[in-house]
Design a protein around this ligand. Structure first.
Ligand code: MN3
Length: 195
């Protein structure tokens, strides 16, 4: 049984960059629904229920075919959002890891790449900073696809589904992304990089 993790801060704590109502619906409805559907899919396969979500997504080919897509979508949705909540913090943090400037020239170079990945993802999906064969890479995935399924380690993910920003920003995805940088928790990014 997978359970909805705590947000770790109040719904309104990321205001004005991300509004309270969006955070409430996003966490309590969207994320909760992914978990509910993931648990439902795993119901008839007890062997998989005790596995970690990371294992399920990394070894997606081992998942029984009849629930594979459900696990990819809803397991991905669960893991992506779990990472996402922890990657944000009220007021953000200034502690940008050196590895990022090294890999992308400087922080602005990284932000530009990540922003571009988010803006150009057509439809719903995620922009990612990932570790891939020990290199840092920026790319995007469709829907709730997890980088883990492609053998990459997610370090920082940006949700660009409309449900992540539509109430406040409507169709202005670039403005949402620009504001999102103000609440990124670089301490958590550093921690993930050092693992
Ligand atoms: Mn979302």
């Amino acid at each position: 049984m997978f359970v909805l993790p705590e947000l770790g801060y109040e719904f309104g704590a990321l205001e004005p960059h991300i509004d309270a109502k969006t955070m409430e619906i996003h966490h309590d409805k969207h994320h909760a629904a992914y978990i509910e559907k993931l648990n439902a899919a795993l119901e008839k396969y007890p062997d998989f229920q005790s596995k970690k979500i990371e294992e399920l997504l990394s070894d997606i080919k081992d998942i029984p075919e009849d629930i594979r897509t459900a696990v990819q979508n809803n397991g991905g949705g669960h893991h992506n959002h779990t990472l996402f909540w922890a990657s944000m913090k009220p007021g953000g943090s200034q502690n940008v890891p050196e590895a990022i400037s090294k890999a992308f020239g400087n922080l602005d170079g990284f932000k530009a790449k990540m922003t571009d990945a988010g803006i150009t993802r057509f439809g719903s999906g995620w922009a990612w900073l990932v570790k891939s064969a020990n290199n840092l890479e920026v790319y995007s995935t469709a829907n709730q696809d997890s980088p883990l399924t492609e053998g990459k380690i997610p370090i920082l993910g940006l949700d660009v589904w409309e449900h992540a920003y539509y109430l406040k920003y409507q169709n202005r995805r670039p403005e949402y992304i620009e504001n999102w940088w103000s609440v990124v928790n670089w301490d958590v990014v550093s921690e993930r990089l050092s693992k």
